[in-house]
Design a protein around this ligand. Structure first.
Ligand SMILES: O=c1[nH]c(=O)c2[nH]c(=O)[nH]c2[nH]1
Length: 290
């Protein structure tokens, strides 16, 4: 039985890049983790070790830093520049995928005044983008990860299947908490204000989580995804992964105390993992976007 080479890609993963824009009055910081993955006519290196078509991952890393010298801007724009460069400059590279994570830094305030050059890391999630380019089409998926949210009421879970292993009590009022991971695909890669689009999507996710009276995290997930799609015609598909960060009411009766929904054990594992997507009926096929 013959053995053939399967799908493959290669690139430099997790290039950590910090750029300081030194404006006259105040500095700005962009803090990224960039991963490049290239694929194409690259069978030789796998089959014979002939590296004639291999652009070293070290060169890819250098390219990320060199491109940052001209400024980064929105991560979607930076990723598009990089992805197009690798495919358009290397005949053997037929597809480039660039994944970017942006860590948030907030300007520090001292005595009510914004500091010109001092920042602290934000704890409210990471912005992400995945750019794919095949020499003709570019796909842009924007997103966020680790946006931790909690509703202290307004969540129920009941009416579910009960089999011989079910012990979960029905809940008419529980804590609902999750760390949102959401990634949304744009209709095309045409020029636009990616920053504003991201702000709108993030605000929609937070608003839908806050104002949906939840009968299940699944229902909340769909409400969040739908809110992003209804706010931006350009966004055609969204995929969400929501870990259910369970909060269990602690039994304080051994200590002669009641517990009217005030003291909880915040479990970190195991957790329910609710995943789903929402898309427009007229969404173009995803192609290589994901
Ligand atoms: O919102 C929920 N969905 C579930 O599917 C589920 N399963 C479970 O044990 N708790 C919950 N909560």
């Amino acid at each position: 039985m013959g053995i053939v080479l399967g799908p493959n890609q290669y690139g430099k993963a997790e290039v950590r890049l910090v750029r300081i824009d030194r404006g006259a009055a105040e500095h700005r910081i962009t803090d990224l983790n960039v991963s490049v993955a290239l694929s194409g006519d690259l069978a030789d290196t796998h089959l014979t070790g002939d590296n004639a078509k291999v652009l070293p991952t070290d060169s890819q890393k250098n390219t990320v830093y060199a491109f940052a010298r001209d400024g980064i801007g929105e991560i979607e724009d930076f990723g598009l520049r990089l992805a197009r460069h690798f495919v358009d400059s290397q005949p053997a590279v037929h597809r480039a995928r660039v994944r970017l994570e942006q860590y948030g830094w907030q300007r520090t305030t001292v005595d009510g005044q914004p500091a010109s050059h001092s920042f602290h890391r934000t704890g409210d999630g990471t912005r992400t983008a995945t750019i794919t380019y095949d020499g003709g089409t570019a796909w842009v998926v924007s997103g966020l990860a680790d946006l931790t949210v909690l509703n202290s009421t307004g969540s129920e879970f009941w009416g579910y299947v009960k089999d011989e292993y079910t012990t979960l009590p029905e809940a008419k009022d529980r804590i609902l908490a999750t760390a949102v991971s959401a990634h949304w695909r744009h209709r095309d890669a045409g020029e636009r204000d990616w920053g504003e689009s991201h702000r709108l999507a993030r605000a929609a996710l937070l608003a839908a989580f806050a104002d949906t009276h939840s009968l299940s995290l699944q229902q909340t997930l769909h409400a969040m995804g739908s809110r992003v799609l209804s706010g931006q015609p350009d966004v055609v598909e969204i995929r969400l992964a929501l870990p259910n960060k369970h909060h269990f009411l602690v039994d304080l009766s051994p200590f002669g105390l009641d517990n009217p929904g005030e003291v909880f054990f915040a479990a970190d594992r195991p957790y329910g993992l609710i995943e789903g997507s929402a898309l427009r009926e007229d969404a173009p096929p995803p192609g290589e976007a994901w």
